[in-house]
Ligand binder design. Structure first.
Ligand code: HEM
Length: 551
């Protein structure tokens, strides 16, 4: 432990590895895991190496199986990489688990927002928030996604002009700006305008995100000590940043309340969004009849969605672009689809339905780079894990307080669940796959996910929990469609107009993890104008004949 601590102190760049070295500091619970769970043979120092944590967890998965335990003296945690066991934890016995250490870290920022909320608060708020995502809202949002993406297009055009034909741009940082502007407008109708400028509020948002990352990666929760937010400069800054954002949110909440028009959920879902001055989730939450959430609760909800929906969506776009420019076949097929469907028009919700390959490409980005790569749970009561796949006897009893890590990375890269798991191949979502060795325990994934089935994008249901980019069960992401529509619109508009090439060797892009997987050094790309084939008129005509989209 001492070795890991000292070594980690000097070297660690991977946030989750650092978090795990916390086992010696009291973050994690005593070893109350099942006695028979295979114990991974490794050293704590393996976690403290330079590779990201999820890679160390992958090697142990291959060596020790879909459920294994890492033990550090009196403490332990259980790593789960098996879809049947994951389905049990996330869906079948979801209410036996809470967010454990994650909730402790996020509570000072998100309060009682959906992610860290205790179960009683969660039930009430989830019921209020889910209806706010409905068809009319998405229609309005898709228009807003296009307007914000157009700002990015204009900015790239400007950079290319200034560079006389091409420019080197950090696309990760562009996607972060785009993501911030979109989430601000979609959630509380506030235009950060971060694509084109920086403001005190934007600085405060990035400051808070940075602190969230710091807290999930530091050894001692020193910020809980009395006066830490006065005496420690970064904690004082965090308090100031939080106040800037809270003041801004309080102001928006007050304005929404002053213009409240109370209606029941159904009436709100049918309202004409083109007539609303401030179409946003906040508008819906404030106007809903019988919803009398306190201002503090509303602020927690908004802050949670701001943080949950910003970096995550930017990361999907970053890794999708990174992968697709290195796969010429994928890139060509995508451009052909976008040219044929959208052409020069602004993409609509119906266009999204007509672009299955683009949707599969974004799914493939999330398969290879899941955000976040690990989900954290703590058992509220004893439980028995079911038998996993491939000869795992299962039946492991786990005790109250056990810490579990669901490795989304392992699931998504499992050689038992996917053909060529390390290859970027969106086509895979059009093929079915089921491993005959697993009998009827696991259904395998079905191609209807992106070819007109019930869901538009590949998801956990169609893959029977082999693919869980948004989690699953009761605590599944509420913003999944929002994020995917956003990414689809942005990608269609950018690929229609620009060519992107990675500047320098792709390996230099690197990987680092905080709450999400981001690049180590930015995604620097040479961007130039694309010679665009005509197609706008054809696409517009085709668009009029398409079936309306059921959301
Ligand atoms: C929960 C991923 C975008 C709001 C989650 C979870 C995942 C996830 C994996 C489940 C966490 C767990 O079970 O521990 C993503 C990804 C996104 C994204 C990959 C982008 C591609 C968004 C957006 C919003 C949002 C845009 C809001 C507008 C939330 C909330 C929860 C959540 C509120 C908590 C749900 C609950 O516990 O009831 N997200 N998310 N997310 N996400 Fe997202």
């Amino acid at each position: 432990l001492v070795y890991a601590y000292i070594r980690g102190k000097g070297n660690l760049t991977d946030g989750l590895s650092r978090l795990l070295t916390e086992v010696s500091q009291g973050y994690f619970q005593p070893d109350v895991g099942g006695k028979n769970i295979p114990v991974a043979q490794g050293e704590l120092s393996d976690l403290a190496g330079d590779q990201p944590l999820f890679k160390a967890l992958y090697q142990w998965f291959i060596d020790s199986g879909g459920v294994y335990k890492l033990v550090f003296g009196p403490k332990a945690f259980i790593v789960v990489s098996d879809p049947v066991v994951v389905r049990h934890i996330l869906k079948e016995n979801a209410f036996n688990y809470d967010k454990g250490v994650l909730a402790e870290i996020l509570e000072p920022i998100m309060g009682k927002g959906l992610i860290p909320a205790d179960l009683d608060t969660w039930r009430v708020r989830r019921r209020a928030v889910v209806p706010a995502f409905h068809r009319q809202y998405y229609e309005a949002m898709v228009g807003m996604f296009a307007r914000c993406s157009q700002r990015s297009v204009d900015k790239l055009e400007g950079a290319i002009r200034a560079g006389q034909g091409s420019a080197v741009v950090d696309m990760e940082s562009e996607f972060l700006s785009l993501g911030l502007d979109i989430i601000g407008l979609g959630v509380f109708n506030f235009d950060f305008g971060s694509i084109n400028a920086e403001s005190p509020v934007i600085k405060a948002v990035y400051g808070v995100l940075k602190e969230a990352e710091h807290r999930s990666t530091f050894y001692l929760p020193y910020w809980n000590l009395p006066l830490a937010d006065v005496l420690v400069p970064r904690q004082a800054k965090f308090r100031r940043d939080l106040r800037v954002i809270n003041d801004c949110l309080d102001d928006l909440i007050r304005q929404a309340q002053e213009t409240r028009v109370e209606e029941d959920a159904e009436a709100l879902q049918n309202r004409d969004y083109s007539k609303l001055r401030d179409p946003s989730l906040l508008r819906f939450l404030v106007d809903m009849r019988g919803e009398d959430a306190t201002n503090k609760q509303l602020r927690d909800d908004l802050m949670t969605m701001l943080i949950a929906g910003h970096e995550t969506t930017a990361a999907v776009l970053t890794w999708a672009l990174f992968c697709l420019v290195q796969s010429p076949g994928v890139e060509a097929r995508l451009r052909e689809e976008i040219d044929g469907v959208v052409g020069d028009r602004v993409p609509t919700l119906d266009d999204i339905k007509a672009m299955p390959y683009l949707r599969a490409t974004l799914g493939e980005s999330l398969r290879m780079y899941p955000q976040p790569p690990i989900l954290i749970r703590r058992a509220l009561n004893e439980d028995t894990l079911p038998a996993g796949l491939g000869g795992d006897p299962g039946g492991y009893p786990i005790g109250k307080g056990a810490d579990l890590f669901i490795s989304v990375w392992n699931l998504h890269r499992s050689p038992y669940l996917w053909k060529d798991p390390d290859t970027f191949r969106p086509e895979r979502f059009f093929e079915s796959f089921s491993n005959p060795d697993f009998g009827d325990k696991w259904a395998g994934y079905r191609p209807d996910a992106v070819t007109g089935g019930a869901a538009l994008y590949p998801n956990e249901v169609a893959s029977d929990f082999a693919f869980i980019p948004f989690g699953g069960g009761a605590r599944k992401c509420v913003g999944d469609q929002f994020a995917l529509f956003e990414a689809t619109v942005a990608m269609a508009m950018l690929l229609r107009r620009f060519e992107f090439r990675i500047e320098g060797p792709p390996e230099k892009v690197g990987m680092a993890t905080g709450a999400t997987i981001h690049t180590a050094n930015g995604l620097h790309m040479r961007v130039s104008r694309r010679r665009v084939p005509p197609g706008g008129d054809q696409a517009a005509a085709a668009g009029q004949q398409r079936e309306p989209l059921a959301v």
